[in-house]
Ligand binder design. Structure first.
Ligand code: FMN
Ligand code: FES
Length: 642
């Protein structure tokens, strides 16, 4: 690779790359993000390489492995350019047909296309409802670049913003642009990036550090991982621009060890960026020196907190410290250190290229630009979505997410990771931005969005998140260590049917102490799932405590599976499927569940044929008297049987 010594060199290289690329030449892109890997995308890619060879099309067709396209629910995704024909859930055995039909005959393989609600097939990826309502400004290039080929990024204008910053702007002008863009951090509290940069820049002490936070420990969240896996240069470019503005010559990427593909692609990107001269001494001949080290985190959620993360980079246990002096002033080894989330850094090149005015024209008054969410849970289209700030929850969950599966009712959505709050149905029209989410007791966090339906118990949900956080508390400060434990104990007993009058109030009191007295934002935000569920779903807590009933039928201690004798047709299916042999009966004998043996796994309910509907789940009700063992079944009487 030639080393580039000026902005002109970069532009010349871009023109050379483009000159060797025919925009009309078919290019088969195969999503190779982590989710698609789980669906054997590598085998699909290899099958394409072989099939193209077999047909002698190597010169006519390109094959490219890309990062996550976002619609992970339907992976592996294959998109064929220039038409942007999108095939979903592609298996290696589909490849010969795609090659012969689409690449050779120029026809579509209908069965692999997206089918919308009206039964119409959609050809272009961008026309699929999941994509149509999004604004993929930061995430969009993932589907176009091979993360292991820097030329793909350069062909799309990559490193143009860095060249612009280095040669056309002073560090102060870069800082001013980011401040005017009002870019708020995408990793947690939404703190304005420009103000943090300025604090580090003005803080006494050298050297100064800039850091990418790719710890991302929230359950169900994977957009930072997908950015690093799919388009690592966009993050490195943003980081280098930030370093220039701040006056830093050393950067770190703190990435969790459990993200092997992100680490691999990041290391390849660093190598290639160094070879071209986007990193190292005298970047692009500008006189500015900057390089980046990768620090692999050991997978502790709390180590994503800024002071804990910096302590971990120093080689010590990743625990938070009191932040009377902020890390922006005294961070790694006591030096000024600016930490930003992956998405925050990846947004910077856009702002430098297109300007603060453009950026502030997107979003709401207090939250500018777009946000990438992990849309998961009880929603039809799970995946990664990028929308302008201010889009409503309803648009995101129903227009993009395709609504709730199996015709179930939407119940709530948790935003902001494990310590976010759960937002009920009445706020579906809430515009999503930092301030609005906080107003209703939740937060933006790093963009987690877990959708829940009527079969989710809200007490159990709060218990689940508290259980996660109890395991992740570092234990350094007492309010967090003991407070979460006590709250979890109360939630456990409520779910176990042993809740006491006054437990709801006690949860509220402990929440206040934990929120106000904890050392770091882990403890300070822990009460969110508890307080929000008490506020919006108090009747569920009361049903658990007063009536020993779980309205959603989730808490095992409060539910009973029962076979209605009038409906049982002695088909033996549940009897065979019960993993603990709790069901007795015979070919002509009514089946009975031995409640002492039953582990409440629900297998009997799942397998009972719907035409019989003999198994029911009861909660808070007295169990009907069981029939005598050996009672014969009376067929075709009552119930829903034939
Ligand atoms: C317990 C805890 C875990 C956190 N984990 C992350 C994380 O995984 N990624 C992240 O970007 N920020 C995380 N944060 C927020 C960081 O402390 C910090 O605010 C953020 O990285 C700053 O970047 P931003 O201004 O670009 O959002 C966490 C905070 C806490 C309290
Ligand atoms: S990993 Fe392939 S679409 Fe997300």
């Amino acid at each position: 690779m030639p080393r580039l010594n000026s902005a002109t060199d970069l532009e010349r290289l871009r023109q050379e790359i483009l000159a060797h690329r025919d925009p009309n030449k078919p290019c088969v892109t195969i999503c190779s993000g982590t989710a698609c890997h789980a669906y054997a995308c590598e085998e699909v890619a290899e099958a394409f390489v072989k099939e193209i060879e077999r047909n002698g099309l190597q010169k006519e067709v390109d094959v490219r492995r890309t990062g996550c396209h976002g619609f992970c629910e339907r992976g592996p995704l294959v998109v064929i350019f220039p038409e942007e024909i999108c095939y979903l859930r592609v298996k290696p055995e589909d490849v010969p047909e795609i090659a012969s039909t689409t690449l050779i005959e120029k026809k579509l393989v209908d069965r692999l296309l997206y089918v919308d609600d009206s039964g119409q097939r959609i050809v272009r990826e961008g026309d699929i409802p999941f994509y149509k309502h999004q604004s993929r400004l930061v995430f969009g290039n993932n589907r176009l670049v091979d993360p292991k080929r820097i030329d793909d990024y350069i062909a799309l204008g990559g490193y143009n913003a860095l060249a612009k910053a280095l040669f056309e702007m002073t560090p102060e002008q870069v800082l001013d642009e980011v401040k005017r863009a009002n870019l708020r951090g995408r990793g947690g509290g939404g703190f304005p990036a420009g103000i943090k940069w300025e604090t580090t820049r003005n803080a006494p002490g050298e050297p100064k550090y800039v850091i990418v936070n790719a710890d991302e420990g929230d359950p169900g969240v994977y957009q930072d991982r997908s950015m690093l896996e799919g388009n690592p240069h966009s993050v490195l470019e943003g980081l280098t621009i930030g370093a220039y503005a701040i006056g830093s010559h050393q950067g770190f990427v703190y990435v969790r060890q459990e993200y092997p593909l992100a680490v691999e692609n990041l290391n390849v990107a660093l190598e290639q960026a160094r070879e071209y001269g986007f990193l190292g001494a005298n970047i692009l001949g500008s006189g500015f020196d900057f390089d980046v080290k990768v620090h692999r985190g050991a997978g502790a959620f709390v180590s994503g907190e800024s002071s804990a993360l910096m302590t971990a980079i120093e080689g010590r246990v990743g625990e938070p410290r009191p932040k009377y002096i902020r890390t922006a002033v005294s961070g790694i080894w006591g030096k000024p250190s600016n930490l930003n989330n992956v998405k925050t850094w990846a947004t910077v090149p856009l702002i430098i290229n297109r300007g603060a005015e453009w950026f502030t024209s997107i979003g709401t008054e207090g939250s500018k630009g777009t946000m990438i969410f992990s849309l998961v849970g009880k929603v039809n289209n799970t995946g990664l979505v990028e929308v302008p700030m201010g889009m409503t929850l309803r648009e995101l969950i129903f227009d993009i997410g395709g609504g709730i599966p199996h015709g179930k009712r939407f119940k709530g959505v948790q935003t902001g990771g494990p310590s976010g709050g759960i937002i009920p149905e009445k706020f579906l029209d809430l515009p999503i931005d930092f301030n609005e989410l906080t107003k209703v007791g939740s937060m933006m966090g790093s963009g987690g969005m877990i959708v829940m339906d009527e079969t989710n118990c809200m007490v159990d949900t709060a218990r689940y998140f508290l259980n996660f956080l109890a395991g992740e508390s570092c234990g350094k400060c007492l309010p967090c260590r003991e407070g979460i434990y006590q709250m979890l104990k109360i939630l456990n007993r409520i779910c176990a049917g042993k809740g006491r009058r006054g437990d709801i109030e006690l949860l509220g009191e402990i929440s206040e102490v934990v929120r106000d007295a904890s050392l770091c934002a882990l403890g300070q935000t822990v009460p969110n799932p508890v307080l929000s569920t008490i506020k919006y779903f108090r009747d569920e807590y009361e049903a658990h405590i007063e009536e020993k009933r779980c309205p959603a039928g989730v808490c095992k201690a409060l539910i009973t599976y029962y076979i209605e004798q009038e409906k049982c047709q002695a088909c033996m299916i549940c009897l065979r499927e019960c993993p603990v042999g709790a069901i007795t009966g015979g070919k002509n004998l009514i089946h009975i569940i031995d409640q002492d043996k039953c582990t409440k796994c629900g297998a009997c309910l799942e397998v009972c044929p719907p035409r019989f509907g003999a198994v029911t789940k009861l909660s808070g009700m007295k169990l009907p008297e069981p029939v005598r063992q050996g009672t014969e079944v009376i067929r075709n009487r009552g119930g829903r049987n034939e």
